[in-house]
Unconditional design. Structure first.
Length: 222
C-alpha cells in the first residue's frame, strides 16, 4: 500500500493528507455461523462438566470454563490466525522505513495454550488486564440486543464508553493523542491482538447473558 492509497481528504479544505498510524495491530473479522454453533455446543459441555477457569482469569465473572481439548478448534480457527499474520506482515511493511524496530515475522510454530468460554451476566465485568502468551483473541457467540440498546440509552449520561463495550488501552493518555480504542461487539465478531495489550470489559445491567470465547497463543519458532 503506497501513500496515495492511504491518503485521506479534508472535506472542508479539499486537502489530501497522510495519517501515519502506529501502535499495536488489532484484527477484527467475522466467523461463520457453523463455527459459532460448534464453540457454543462444546462450551456448554464444558459448563455441564464444571471445568471452571475462574481461578486463573482476571474476570469478575462467575461462569468461566475451560474447553476440554483444542483439536476440533484449530482447523476452524487457523484461517483467521493466518489472516492476522498476513495483516501483521503487511502492517510491518507499511511502517518501514520509518520504523526499523518492527521485527514481526510470520510464525512457523505456534501453540494454543488456553481456550475458555465466558457466560457473562448482568453487573459482571473484566477489569484492566493483559494475557499470557504472545497473541490473544476473543470471539463473540451471543450478544443480546438489550445490551446494544442499553449502550445507546447511556450515551451522554456517563463519561465512559458504555455497557457491554470492550476497551483497549495503549500508551499514555496525552493531549492530541488517541491511546484508547473501544468496540461494541456483535455475535460472530472475532478480535485478534497482541497478548500484552491491556483491555477491559464494561458491565451491563440487562438481565441477559453475553457469551464469548477467548484464548492465548504462544509463538515458539525457536
Amino acid at each position: 500500500m503506497n501513500n496515495d492509497e492511504k491518503a485521506k481528504l479534508n472535506k472542508s479544505e479539499g486537502i489530501k493528507y497522510f495519517f501515519p498510524y502506529w501502535g499495536p495491530f488489532v484484527f477484527v473479522s467475522k466467523i461463520e455461523d457453523e463455527f459459532v454453533d460448534l464453540l457454543l455446543k462444546r462450551g456448554k459441555q464444558s459448563k455441564e462438566k464444571r471445568l471452571s477457569a475462574t481461578s486463573v482469569l482476571a474476570g469478575q465473572i462467575k461462569n468461566e470454563y475451560n474447553y476440554e481439548n483444542f483439536e476440533w478448534f484449530l482447523p476452524k480457527f487457523n484461517p483467521y490466525f493466518n489472516a492476522y499474520c498476513e495483516g501483521m506482515t503487511q502492517y510491518g511493511l507499511d511502517s518501514r522505513p520509518s520504523n526499523h524496530e518492527f521485527d514481526w515475522k510470520s510464525p512457523k510454530k505456534c501453540h494454543l495454550e488456553h481456550l475458555w468460554i465466558n457466560f457473562q451476566q448482568a453487573k459482571e465485568y473484566n477489569p484492566p488486564h493483559a494475557h499470557s502468551g504472545d497473541i490473544s483473541f476473543v470471539i463473540y457467540l451471543q450478544v443480546p440486543d438489550e445490551i446494544e440498546k442499553e449502550k445507546e440509552e447511556m450515551q451522554g449520561v456517563h463519561n465512559h464508553p458504555g455497557p457491554g463495550v470492550i476497551v483497549f488501552d495503549h500508551g499514555e493518555d496525552l493531549k492530541f493523542s488517541a491511546s484508547r480504542w473501544t468496540f461494541m461487539p456483535q455475535a460472530s465478531d472475532i478480535i485478534i491482538f497482541p497478548a500484552w495489550l491491556k483491555h477491559h470489559v464494561h458491565s451491563f445491567e440487562s438481565d441477559v447473558e453475553r457469551i464469548s470465547v477467548s484464548g492465548n497463543i504462544t509463538i515458539n519458532d525457536e
